[in-house]
Design a protein around this ligand. Structure first.
Ligand code: PLP
Length: 427
């Protein structure tokens, strides 16, 4: 698909360009392996002298087609699919951070990412400093060290719905000579394109809106091609000095702008094997074909539901970045003028007990450990994901005991509101 096409056209037709007699629909290349005619042909692939498929742990035509659709949607030069959003974040960081390195990260991020960075990567010798994303440039810059390799943030944080000032983060990162990595899962490229605001690398949990039907776990790493690794060669030896596992090839010299993604594929994927299966990539592609239709409906429904809740006297508070009452309203309008996403959170005046009673009374909205799905779903972090914590510990973690995370689906908004209404009536 030519990158000139509009995003909705890329959603429907991007990635897969069938030639004469090819299947019109992206086929599932359910094959681990690919055939060659001579030993030399295969050998050249292993030396990275020729490009081609040889083993689906590294690359597969189905996953590649879907990755290239997402790259086009984000306006990047390429992408790789990973087995999950967690794997995407792991790859995005460890592709440029080694033991002894450090990176700076917004504290307003998804809990799974927080654990990956703060616990598991620390065990690998990669240190992180979590910062308040609303602090000034000067305060955030103090977190940087000579061994800092990246700055990381989420466009819209899960579940606190804080909107990141991407331009500010890009300015700070580039001042420090490191790339800005953005998790763009919640808005998707339909609502926000972080590369246009200076981000260098984008990661996604494709499990959420991109798949949209809660059928396949997946992730994606997209490169803008804008960060000049070679200009900071001393910071990024993995990209700018020879790789002994490929006879001393240097990624920036051999692959230019594709250095980052090539290293992630031929070194990290080869060694860690967290690739997305062709079957899951096929399902993800079906989701992507309607992403441009679903996102506006999620945003429209979420706004209607949050306005309804704000006007209801049993509701203590509502948090949705597209409501004028949100402290993030201005940033949301700047970065996501068409709307942010379908996730909102709120609390009931009766506190934790009422929140539980309310959720148990819902009929259309299902209690599931998921967000960003076509079906409306709901979760109570204090009873589920953060269940072991006391009210005081919850407060320290920024999770109110009464917080209900409500992921507004694409059903008729009147039915969603009627369901909330009948559940509130029981309290
Ligand atoms: C869900 C999520 C992840 C993790 O993705 P998985 O596909 O569940 O591994 C990462 N970042 C954000 C913002 C998420 O919502």
């Amino acid at each position: 698909m030519k990158t000139k096409a509009k995003r909705s056209t890329i959603c429907v037709q991007g990635g897969w360009n069938p030639k004469k007699g090819d299947p019109r629909v992206l086929p599932i290349y359910q094959s681990t392996t690919f055939k060659y005619d001579t030993s030399d042909q295969m050998g050249r692939l292993f030396d990275l002298k020729d490009a081609g498929y040889f083993y689906s742990r590294l690359q597969n035509p189905t996953t590649d087609a879907v990755a290239s659709k997402i790259a086009d949607l984000e306006g990047g030069i390429g992408a790789i699919l990973t087995a999950s959003g967690q794997a995407a974040n792991f790859f995005a960081l460890t592709n440029i951070c080694e033991a002894g390195d450090h990176f700076v990260c917004s504290a307003s991020i998804y809990g799974g990412t927080y654990n990956l960075f703060g616990v598991t990567l620390k065990k690998f010798g990669i240190d992180v400093t979590f910062i308040n994303p609303n602090d000034t440039d000067e305060v955030i810059e103090k977190a940087f060290r000579p061994n800092t390799k990246a700055l990381f943030g989420e466009t819209v944080s899960n579940p606190t719905l804080e909107v990141l000032d991407i331009e500010k983060f890009a300015r700070i990162a580039h001042q420090q000579g490191v790339p800005l990595i953005i998790d763009n899962t919640f808005p998707t490229p339909i609502n926000c394109r972080p590369f246009e605001w200076g981000a260098d690398i984008i990661v996604h949990s494709t499990t959420k809106y991109m798949d949209g039907h809660a059928s396949a776990i997946g992730g994606c790493v997209v490169d803008s091609g804008n960060f000049d690794w070679a200009a900071h060669a001393n910071k990024f030896p993995g990209l700018c000095t020879p790789d002994p596992s490929y006879h001393g090839l240097t990624y920036t010299e051999t692959f230019g702008k594709m250095a980052y993604l090539t290293k992630a594929t031929v070194q990290l994927m080869r060694d860690l094997g967290s690739t997305q299966s062709p079957m899951n990539a096929f399902l993800l592609n079906l989701g992507l074909e309607t992403l441009h239709l679903r996102m506006p409906q999620h945003c429209k429904n979420a706004l209607l539901v949050s306005q309804y809740l704000e006007a209801n006297d049993k509701i203590a508070w509502v948090n949705y970045c597209d409501l004028p009452s949100s402290p993030y309203y201005e940033l949301s309008k700047k970065y996501m003028p068409k709307g942010s996403c379908g996730v909102i959170s709120f609390g009931l005046k009766g506190g934790r007990e009422s929140s539980i009673e309310f959720m148990d009374s819902l009929k259309l909205a299902a209690i599931v450990t998921h967000v960003a799905d076509a079906r409306t779903c709901v979760l109570h972090p204090a009873s589920h994901t953060h269940r072991q914590l006391s009210d005081q510990q919850l407060a320290d973690a920024g999770i109110r005991p009464d917080l209900i995370r409500f992921s507004v689906g694409i059903e008729d908004p009147e039915d969603i509101i009627a369901d909330i209404q009948q559940a509130l009536d029981k309290i």
